[in-house]
Design a protein around this ligand. Sequence first.
Ligand SMILES: [Zn+2]
Length: 454
Amino acid sequence: MNTLLLSLLLAVTAQAPADLLIRGGTVVTMDGEHRVLEGGTVVIHGARIESVLGATEPLPDAAQTIDATGHLVIPGLINAHGHAAMTLLRGIADDLALLEWLESYIFPAEAKNVAPDFVYWGSLLGCVEMAKSGTTTYADMYYFEEEVARATETVGIRGVLGQSVIGFPAPDYETPEEALVGAEAFIEKYKNHPLIIPSIAPHALYTTPLDIIEKAHAIARKHGVPFQIHAVEPPQENDQMMERLGKRTIPALDDAGILTPGVILHHAIWLSDEDITRIAGSGASTSHNPQSNMKTASGLARVPELLAAGIPVGLGTDGPASNNNLDMFEEMDTAAKLHKLVREDPTAMPATTVFHMATIGGAQALGIDDRVGSLEAGKLADIVLIDVRAPELTPLYDVYSHLVYAIKGGHVATVVVGGKLVVRDGDILGVDENDLMERANEIKAQILRSLETP
Ligand SMILES: [Zn+2]
């Protein structure tokens, strides 16, 4: 090819119009310098962000432009832990301790009702709720995880989806060995999917034998996918493990070689200083789920110590049956205030720290910060617009203060995932909400009937 033709081609490529511009808003980038650009523009090409421009920089042509005047433009929120399908069990039993809630209510209701249809419709409800409240990536652990993947794709958000492995007969697999085989098949099927990041998720050390957890970990390492587990959530867990294994949970997992990069320990509440040192040296991360753990009175994770030790911590809602919603704005507000109250220190957990956990910190905790979590050139275009032209949000002094303490999920106007519109002016696209609610009510009737018979 001659040089004239080459330079002509390069010039044409440079001027190729963008697919989408989001212009005129206050862009909260969460990049390495935490830049906030007034009147900035996010330029999107295909699924990715091509550039983030300041107010005075020239804009390229684009096929579509969204006027973000009067809006905050933020990275899509990352919900680091949950069980989306449990929307169908929201409110079925409340005001109980975690183990009683699980063993007397949730596990029996799940045993009688969890089937592919239940998981699909429940996850669809959860994905719609998350998308409309600004979550663009969520981590999940449940049964029939392929159905969760199908619901996630229908809504068009991103999921780090963990097929459950548990030490008793589950709705999808009779034995944990079968669940391991199923989980590996799930990982292979979704390995190169544009929206789904497959994962394997042994439930917890108190419900699943250690050798099964080791095998699940080996599968995660083999395929380079995230490994999720509930760790030291109930207050009794360390004592139970001392009795059963002669070790607390974290040393038991660490000594078995399970604490490695790519491992996320959900909740991680009852940690000693030594446990924190072990996690910090391992490359594993944790998720913080304050509202769920307040509701079941399970305890408060030592998040300031975890962060000080350099451990990535994501923020999660946990399942909607123990929260009882999937609004990450509420979760941020609670996370910021709870540590202040308990420590009697209003400087504990500043708003910037909490917003970091809900965006780039959550991406780091899930090992996907190369792709999502901030608005930067080359990252996937997962972007949320929040309309701040409301009396309760006027005036605005500090974007992080508003994002953590004043804004709620209902203020989310528009959501873009991988360059595609998922929510526009508060409305979900591509899902019939009335049909969805009708299905949910039918399943509720089914669940109630199932609980009448022993
Ligand atoms: Zn959970």
